[in-house]
Write a protein that binds this ligand. Sequence first.
Ligand SMILES: [Zn+2]
Length: 153
Amino acid sequence: MKTKNIRPEFVTQFPAVFEQGVLYISEEFETAGHLCCCGCGEKVITPLNPAKWCLRKEGGTVSLSPSIGNWNYACKSHYIITKNKVVEAGQLDARKIAAIQRRDRRDMEHYVAVVAARAGQTPEKASVPIAKKEPKKSLIYEVVAFLKKLWKT
Ligand SMILES: [Zn+2]
């Protein structure tokens, strides 16, 4: 693991070029991003919402849960970011990865349905891909922003 410690940086929008060892966090768009901690150079984007990752802040440090599994990248690295430290997690076999991906999909479908119900839409209308390159234009972020407004009132 090339990056053993990660530094949180709170931003509104991600920079075009990520720096190794920095966890960019956009609370406005509820997304975090970093370069894969193995050093392969891949950008890892982690949406921060109940169906994806949870960001915990404690005394200047951040933790992300659950673990980050880069199954879609060649490195297939798997690690946990806890209190700014990167802890290598065990390699998972293909069956476990498939199970996690199924669970992620279920969580996401549930989350989208809940958000859509609150927004007065049918789930079909709200189920758009979440991993768009430009978070600002992705419907899910608009829906999340809408949901935040609901929570505030
Ligand atoms: Zn990697």
